[in-house]
Design a protein. Structure first.
Length: 298
């Protein structure tokens, strides 16, 4: 078994496996894996009809994502080969960020394993129309935020689809946002900046759609996402000027209205156990979680 470093030219391979597998978790898109490679050091191989994705994250032990494939009968063989590879490299073998679908497949083929639900890594999934319509008392505060933004900036904002010409403006804004947040003192924000840079520089080769919000002709927010499976869109990045009240709520709502109303669900990724992010994501009242697990074998 030999693993290969992920490269933009490998997108077709990943896309074919993901199309057949129909993943539920945000990790399993080529865009996500490619843009976060500076942190996760992604390598991959193909084995017996499965795509195996290995990560060697910064300051953390390596792991294998849940194997991406549909032939349950061959899954034990693939797992055993991967286990032997990890052992020969001196690594402890484990699956991390494995989806419920992977857990079900392992169970169906009779494998013995131990699984641990990772709440901090599980993705928030919402109904698109809930976040588009914002109906009812539970979304009252969100509607107020949007209404305040429109009162203050209704004649001053403009929304544009990201294209080859204006995508570079997202990078300029990310650098400003990073400095404002003192990102150089936060390892997570530094790797996020590197991830966004990779996504922006490879816009023409990746599959995401994006939106920019301008106020008085200056970029003040951007976001991008793409289909995750047949009925779910995933939002990869959402950045807004924190000093503009209601802008984050407006971007969240507007992006779904303009781009993704033909999807049933929206996956807004994980909170990593960070209290502020968890509070913000919970305030939108998730419909469900796309659970992720750590899996250990005998």
């Amino acid at each position: 078994m030999k693993f290969y470093k992920i490269d933009i030219s490998d997108k077709r391979i990943f896309d074919e496996y993901f199309k057949a597998f129909q993943p539920e978790i945000a990790d399993l898109t080529f865009t996500n894996l490619f843009m976060w490679d500076p942190f996760y050091d992604i390598n991959f191989t193909e084995e017996d009809g499965f795509l195996l994705i290995m990560a060697k994250p910064y300051n953390q032990p390596p792991f294998l994502h849940g194997p991406v494939g549909v032939d349950t009968n061959k899954l034990p063989i693939v797992i055993e080969k991967a286990k032997k590879y990890f052992e020969t490299q001196g690594y402890k073998f484990m699956l991390k960020r494995a989806s419920r679908k992977t857990i079900d497949m392992l169970t169906q083929c009779g494998m013995k394993f131990e699984s641990l639900l990772e709440r901090d890594l599980s993705d928030y999934v919402y109904k698109v129309q809930d976040l588009v319509q914002l109906k009812g008392k539970k979304y009252h505060a969100k509607k107020n935020h949007i209404n305040k933004f429109l009162r203050l900036y209704g004649e001053r904002y403009e929304v544009k689809k990201i294209d080859d010409e204006i995508v570079r403006l997202c990078w300029d804004f990310e650098c400003e946002w990073y400095e404002k947040r003192n990102g150089q003192n936060d390892v997570g924000l530094t790797f996020e900046k590197l991830a966004i840079e990779r996504a922006i520089k490879n816009f023409d080769k990746l599959s995401y759609e994006g939106m920019i919000v301008f106020i008085d002709g200056k970029i003040k927010a951007f976001t991008f996402g793409e289909p995750l499976n047949k009925n779910t869109v995933v939002i990869h990045i959402e950045k807004a000027d924190p000093d503009i009240e209601g802008l984050y709520t407006f971007v969240n709502n507007k992006f779904l209205i303009e781009f993704w109303q033909n999807f049933e669900f929206v996956n807004r990724e994980e909170d990593l156990g960070k209290e502020g992010i968890r509070k913000a994501k919970m305030s939108y009242h998730p419909f469900k979680f796309a659970e992720k697990f750590t899996v250990l074998f005998d």
